[in-house]
Design a protein around this ligand. Structure first.
Ligand code: ZN
Length: 157
């Protein structure tokens, strides 16, 4: 178990497009360690998702915390999204104490590969759809503040 330092706004890796994980790298000790450490780091920071650039690694790997069950998504991409959108407040472990209202499609279909290399196709809605989109944005160098209509600073209790 290892909690890695979280990169913060201003670190160029957060603005870099992450590279795809090669099939030969999936289930390698490096990628498995990365996944384990990302889960530890996410729980330590009380996040509901985390992307590899947030621990300083430019690979297309993210963790989704679905009802306290974290799982990795590798090389994810959104293949379909609803026309209906919803607006909700977002924050980011890399931009502490900053929150903003972000409008996103309410429902998305995502393709990704799991830690064993198995391909998944998953349709998600609501908060889960928001988390998937937020994390996939990270892998493309996009932050929620780029999409937010308004951004406010507040300290967490
Ligand atoms: Zn984030």
């Amino acid at each position: 178990m290892a909690v890695r330092p979280i990169t913060k706004l201003g670190d160029p890796i957060l603005r870099t497009v992450s590279r795809k994980v090669e099939t030969s790298e999936i289930a390698s000790p490096e990628v498995d360690d990365l996944i384990r450490d990302m889960i530890d780091t996410m729980f330590d920071a009380r996040g509901i998702g985390i992307a590899a650039p947030q621990v300083g690694v430019g690979l297309q790997v993210a963790i989704i915390n679905e009802r306290n069950h974290p799982y990795p998504i590798i090389n994810p991409r959104i293949i379909k999204h609803s026309l209906r959108s919803s607006e909700d407040e977002e924050g980011c472990l890399s931009i502490p104490a900053v929150f903003g209202m972000v409008r996103r499609p309410r429902e998305v279909t995502v393709m990704y590969v799991d830690a064993k290399g198995k391909q998944h196709r998953k349709k998600v809605t609501g908060l889960l759809a928001r988390v998937f989109q937020h994390e996939i944005d990270h892998l493309n160098g996009i932050l929620f503040i780029d999409r937010a209509k308004t951004v406010t600073e507040k300290s967490r209790p």
